[in-house]
Design a protein around this ligand. Structure first.
Ligand SMILES: [Zn+2]
Length: 73
């Protein structure tokens, strides 16, 4: 098992654009803990919620494109 080690690792959160070390990965994109909370706490009627959903929906488009090209069963 080859694990890539990244000293001072971190990934850029797709929501806030800051480099974070923890969070969840969706489609190879990181959503940091704080942004997860924001999304959860954001009322669906809040315009910010649409902002998040809009970002997430872009990912789904990417996934669709990838799944059409790669077929790993
Ligand atoms: Zn974030």
């Amino acid at each position: 098992m080859a694990m890539q080690m990244h000293p001072q690792a971190g990934e850029t959160c797709m929501i806030c654009g800051q480099v974070k070390q923890t969070g969840i990965h969706i489609c190879n994109q990181l959503i940091c803990d704080s942004c997860q909370k924001k999304i959860v706490e954001t009322d669906v009627t809040d315009w910010k919620y649409r902002h998040y959903v809009n970002k997430l929906s872009r990912l789904q488009l990417k996934v669709t494109e990838q799944s059409e090209q790669t077929n790993n069963g």
